[in-house]
Structures are given as structure tokens and as C-alpha cells.
Design a protein around this ligand. Structure first.
Ligand code: ADP
Ligand code: MG
Ligand code: ZN
Length: 638
């Protein structure tokens, strides 16, 4: 559902009949000429910049890489600069948002060909923002400003009225969506506490008189805080739906526009309209776009924001007992909000909306599968268990993707395999069956994933194996998926964490045990293992030698990103000990994984045979192999 008030981005609409009259005055004409020259100049400069060096198409570049003719590649945003072996420089541009690696893989370049020694040295840099703004955005800003100004001048010369400037802001404020939502609390699942807290608002909107008669201070503003897609918008709509009042929806980012002064006038207009339809709800999504702490804006342009914010506060302060408007604002960054917003009589009520837990996810899945044909094998509880971290919006998307897959397969209902596939696609990017891997590579992959799976199976405190596959997905060659039994791992014991590291090391251990060599496929696993071990030592006080203290600062300091400068608050000696402890944990886990695999080599071989044959092994077949049986292949879906 898209409730955004689709702002009209083309202010160049003829307002009334009549051809484009010339903007009045010679001063205007001069300004017009200057603007046109500016735009042409900027386009000229930008084309100059992009054309240093010879242009080459992406397929040609891919061809050159395959032929080993490229020495190095620098990717900056969408601009690709390649230096060939004869030191000539060529330029290419990718149009899409796909990563350079994905683009190359689509063009048939294998991963090995993108790495030294055979392949080029690759440097990936973020887009050159300053240059990007200058070359790509500025010309457009100029163009739009030009058109806007033209339209402005046109209207003025047509009617010559002072009021036009006001109307300009007003016509855009009309884009505010007003409707009477039909959704109720029934449609919002897994956020029971938030619903309870909003109950009072519903009561108030239904019968404001009751509150006033008792002399209660009427609520004015509610701040909903939570990650994206957790249903803040939906909850606000449900409040309106429950109370049967109109719902006005606008996004904070819509206020912030290039026309100075428009933001504040839009706010004025919005509240004016709300007064006419009250009792009602005004929902301001992404309030942080205008409600940032004042004086902390980086770069220019926050005057406009400040005016908009001030206007919102002025309007809310002007509410009296007869106003009957509730302003609900949503944000996922309450830490950067201006404290003035939270003063009594403004957004003084806070409602936290969290990502759903497993029971909540099941309920959300129920809501979104309601009325959709499901096949009998669908088990929403299992799906809920498999999707920790998914928000309500993710789950809605999952159900939708599953339905699309079922439709494309001409099925009468959505089955578990469609949901599974949709889930994996969402978690790791679309399946890439087309990527060619040699049988030898496939075998290494199979042993790697089997290694993870066996390590998990034979570790007492690891999560049970849910699925093993060697079908490549996104950047991952294959993967093993486990099903957390203890939900949403709120608490992990030391042995659980250790076993997680054993499982992570299982892939690499298998490569060593079987092939006595190590590929690059395990780097991700090592990162994970090191991260876990580091957390055990420095954050969780799980190392005997270093004891119960926390070293360093948490890297995810929520306040405006990271702290500047060094955050190390411990000595060189401690640093050495930390490194030592981490290595010890990882070494021990690696040895443990190797022992498991050596002791169960026959089972690992059997699993690899099965993986080579059917590529994806699910839990029942996996457990059959571990029990020494050869599973019947009919069980395998798809
Ligand atoms: P937010 O405002 O927090 O970013 P939205 O309300 O826009 O999230 O959520 C987008 C969509 O995701 C909703 O329209 C709804 O279909 C689905 N959704 C999100 N949370 C829930 C929930 N708790 N229960 C049911 N559906 C949800
Ligand atoms: Mg949202
Ligand atoms: Zn791995």
C-alpha cells in the first residue's frame, strides 16, 4: 500500500488556459538567459569530465577481462576505469544499481577471472558524491528551478495578484492524502503492546467529550518509534479506522522542498484542513526529515527544515480542548529528534513498535495469508521460525512473492516450497542456476557445506540443520541454513556461542580434511567466527583470562554513527591478550570441527554424494543420511 501523497514534481503545469506568455520584464529575460547559459555550461562540463579516456562497452570490457588483457579496474559509483596491460586507460559506465561483480557475472566472467593473478586488480570506491552532485544533480536542479521560475512568472503575469505566491504552496499541500481507513487493529499483528497504548487515543477520538468532561488533559501527539516496515503507518491508520475518523497522511520528506517557505505554508495548510474535518488524525511519516535537532544540520538548507518544524510546533501549541486533532509522527531515528518535539503538550506520548518475535511473525503471516489459497503442506509456524529479523513489511512481501511464484507455476495454491524459495530470494538475492560451475568446484562446495552441516549436527548446542544447498545465490556459493530452536536467540550461553563458531569453521575444516587445501570460499565464515569470538572475549566477559570486563566501545553507537577518534580504552598488553584469546577460541573450534568430520567421514561422504545429485538437501533427508540410511529421493520437492 502506498499512502504517500504523490507530490507533483512538475510545477511546470499551465495553470489555466492560454499559451506560454512571456515572463514580464527585461530583468526576467536577463535572468532567464543567465540560467540557460548556466545549464548548457554544466552539461558541457559534465560531458567533458566523463569522457577522459576511451569509452568501452561493458560486454567488451568483460571480453577483455576474460582474455586477461586488463591490469586493474577502479569502480567509482557507476563509473568504471580500466587500465589495460599496455597501460591504456578505458572508461565504461554501468547503468543499473547491480554491483560490478554481479554485472560481470551476468556477462559471463567467472569469479576467478576477477582476481589476481589471472585477473585484474579491482578497487571499488563509493560514488564520488561531490563530483556526482556537481555533474549529475546540479544541472537538473538548474533545469527544475528554471521551469519552476517560468511557471511562477507566468502565473504572476497572468493574474498579477500577490496571492499567487501563497496559492503555490497551497496547491502542493493539496497532495496530502485524506481518507477514512477501513483497517482496524485486527489487521495489525504481533505488536500487542503498541496497540494497547494506542487504545486510549481511539477512545478519545471516538468520544472527545468524555475526556473533556472529566477534565483530563487531552492527548495531542504520539511519536511512534521503530525500524522501517514494522507497521507504524499501518497502526496509525488502524487507530483512525477503529475510531472511524479521517486520516491525513504526509511524509516529513515532502515538506523539505527546494522552494523556500513552502514547507511552513504546507504545514499551515495541513492543519487548517485538519481543523475542518476534526476529529481526525494527522500522520507525519519520517518526522526526522524535519525534526532533527536544530543547529546540528550538516551543510546548508536546514533553515527550511527549521521553519517547517517550528510551524508544526506552533500549530500543536495552538491546539485547545476543542481541537480534537491527534498528530501521530513516525521515525526510526528518535535519537536525532529535536527535544522540543517531545515537550509536554506536543509529542509527549511515545509508542515503541518493535520487529515481531516468532509468535508475532506467525500472526502477521496469518493476517497476510488470510483469504489466499494455501496448499496443505504450508506451516506458518515453521515459516515464522525461519524468518528471524523479518519485519511485517518483509513478511507481507514474502507472502506476495510466494503467491507470484505459485501463479507462475500454474498451481492452485501457494505451497511451502514457494514460500521457501521466496524467503531465500529475499534473504540472499535471486537464485542463479545459470552460473556455471565445474564438477570439481561443485564437489568442493558440497564438502564445504556438508562440513558446516555435520559440525552443526554433532555439536550439542548448535541449532539443528534445516537445509543444505549448493545452488549458488547472490554472492554465496552455497549455504547451510539452520533452524534456531531457542527463539530469536535472546540469550546465548558460552557453549552455544562456541558451537556456533564450530559450525562456522566446519566448512573450512572439511576442505582441509578432504582436499588438504583451502579455498577462498571460507572468508565469510572466518569473519563470522572471528566476530563471535571477539564478542565473547571483549563484550560478554566469557574469557577466563580477561574476565568480566568490556573492552572498547560498542561499534554500533546509536548516536549519529560512530564516535570519532580512537575508542580503545585498554592497554597494549590487554590488546595482545584479547588477540591471543580470540585465536585460542577459534583454534579450539577449528580442531573440534576437524575431529567431528574425521570421526564421521563416511556420513560426510554420503551427504556430499546426495548433494552432488540433488543439490538441495532438506532436514528429513539430512537426518536420514546422518542415521546411516539412504533417503528416498521422492521426498525431495522441486
Ligand atoms: P512502517 O510505517 O513502520 O515503515 P508500514 O506500516 O508502512 O511500516 O508497513 C508496510 C506494510 O507491511 C503494511 O502495509 C503491512 O501490509 C505490512 N505490515 C507491517 N507491519 C505489520 C504488522 N505488524 N501486521 C501486519 N502487517 C504489517
Ligand atoms: Mg515506513
Ligand atoms: Zn561456509
Amino acid at each position: 500500500m502506498n499512502n504517500n501523497p504523490n507530490p507533483n514534481n512538475n510545477p511546470n503545469q499551465p495553470n489555466g488556459s492560454g499559451g506560454p506568455a512571456a515572463p514580464g520584464g527585461s530583468r526576467g529575460l536577463l535572468l532567464l538567459a543567465v540560467l540557460i547559459v548556466g545549464v548548457i555550461l554544466l552539461f558541457f562540463i559534465s560531458s567533458q569530465f566523463n569522457a577522459s579516456g576511451q569509452e568501452i562497452t561493458l560486454p567488451d570490457l568483460a571480453e577483455a577481462i576474460r582474455a586477461g588483457e586488463v591490469e586493474s579496474i577502479t569502480v567509482q559509483g557507476d563509473d568504471i576505469t580500466a587500465v589495460l596491460n599496455d597501460q591504456t586507460e578505458v572508461q565504461a559506465r554501468k547503468e543499473s544499481v547491480a554491483s560490478f561483480y554481479d554485472t560481470m557475472s551476468l556477462l559471463g566472467v567467472e569469479e576467478a577471472q576477477l582476481q589476481p593473478p589471472t585477473g585484474p586488480e579491482i578497487t571499488i570506491q563509493g560514488p564520488n558524491t561531490l563530483g556526482f552532485v556537481f555533474l549529475n544533480i546540479l544541472p537538473f536542479v538548474f533545469m527544475i528551478a528554471l521551469f519552476g521560475w517560468l511557471a511562477f512568472a507566468m502565473m504572476r503575469s497572468m493574474r498579477g495578484s500577490q496571492d499567487q505566491a501563497m496559492n503555490f504552496g497551497r496547491s502542493r499541500a493539496k497532495m496530502v492524502n485524506i481518507d477514512k481507513p477501513m483497517v482496524t487493529f485486527e489487521d495489525v499483528a504481533g505488536v500487542e503492546e503498541s496497540k494497547t497504548e494506542l487504545e486510549e487515543i481511539v477512545e478519545f477520538l471516538k468520544d472527545p467529550e468524555k475526556f473533556i468532561r472529566l477534565g483530563a488533559r487531552v492527548p495531542k501527539g504520539v511519536l511512534m518509534i521503530g525500524p522501517p516496515g514494522t507497521g507504524k503507518n499501518l497502526l496509525a491508520r488502524a487507530v483512525a479506522g477503529e475510531a472511524g475518523v479521517p486520516f491525513m497522511n504526509i511524509s516529513g520528506s515532502d515538506f523539505v522542498e527546494m522552494f523556500v517557505g513552502v514547507g511552513a505554508s504546507r504545514v499551515r495548510d495541513l492543519f487548517e484542513k485538519a481543523r475542518q474535518v476534526a476529529p481526525c488524525i494527522i500522520f507525519i511519516d519520517e518526522i526526522d526529515a524535519v525534526g532533527r535537532m536544530r543547529g546540528t544540520g550538516l551543510g546548508g538548507g536546514h533553515d527550511e527544515r527549521e521553519q517547517t518544524l517550528n510551524q508544526i510546533l506552533v500549530e500543536m501549541d495552538g491546539f485547545d480542548n476543542e481541537t480534537n486533532i491527534i498528530v501521530i509522527a513516525a521515525t526510526n531515528r528518535s535519537d536525532i529528534l529535536d527535544p522540543a518535539l517531545m515537550r509536554p503538550g506536543r509529542f509527549d506520548r511515545k509508542v515503541y513498535v518493535d520487529r515481531p518475535d516468532v509468535a508475532g511473525r506467525e500472526k502477521i503471516l496469518e493476517v497476510h495469508t488470510r483469504g489466499k489459497p494455501l496448499r496443505v503442506d504450508v506451516d506458518l509456524q515453521t515459516l515464522a521460525k525461519l524468518t528471524p529479523g523479518f519485519s511485517g513489511a518483509d513478511l507481507e512481501n514474502l507472502v506476495n512473492e510466494g503467491a507470484i511464484l505459485a501463479a507462475r507455476r500454474n498451481l492452485a495454491g501457494i505451497g511451502m516450497s514457494e514460500f521457501q524459495e521466496a524467503m531465500e530470494k529475499m534473504a540472499m538475492g535471486p537464485e542463479r542456476r545459470s552460473r556455471v560451475i565445474t564438477p570439481a568446484e561443485k564437489q568442493v562446495l558440497a564438502y564445504h557445506e556438508a562440513g558446516h552441516a555435520l559440525a552443526a549436527y554433532f555439536s550439542e548446542n548448535a541449532d539443528p540443520v534445516h537445509k543444505i544447498t549448493i545452488v549458488p545465490r547472490g554472492r554465496a556459493g552455497g549455504y547451510m541454513m539452520s533452524l534456531p530452536e531457542s527463539m530469536d536467540n535472546a540469550l546465548n550461553t558460552r557453549s552455544q556461542l562456541f558451537d556456533k563458531i564450530v559450525v562456522a569453521m566446519g566448512g573450512r575444516a572439511a576442505e582441509e580434511v578432504v582436499f588438504n587445501q583451502i579455498t577462498t570460499g571460507a572468508s565469510n565464515d572466518l569473519e563470522r567466527a572471528t566476530g563471535l569470538a571477539r564478542a565473547m572475549v571483549t563484550r560478554l566477559g566469557m574469557s577466563d583470562r580477561l574476565g568480566l570486563r568490556v573492552f572498547g566501545e560498542d561499534e554500533n553507537t546509536p548516536f549519529l554513527g560512530r564516535s570519532l577518534g580512537s575508542s580503545r580504552d585498554y592497554s597494549e598488553e590487554s590488546a595482545r591478550q584479547i588477540d591471543h584469546e580470540i585465536s585460542q577460541i577459534i583454534d579450539a573450534a577449528y580442531e573440534r570441527a576437524k575431529t567431528i568430520l574425521l570421526d564421521n567421514r563416511d556420513k560426510m561422504d554420503a551427504l556430499v554424494d546426495l548433494l552432488m545429485e540433488i543439490e538441495t538437501v532438506a532436514r528429513p533427508e539430512f537426518e536420514a543420511v546422518m542415521a546411516g540410511q539412504r533417503p528416498s529421493l521422492e521426498l525431495q520437492p522441486g
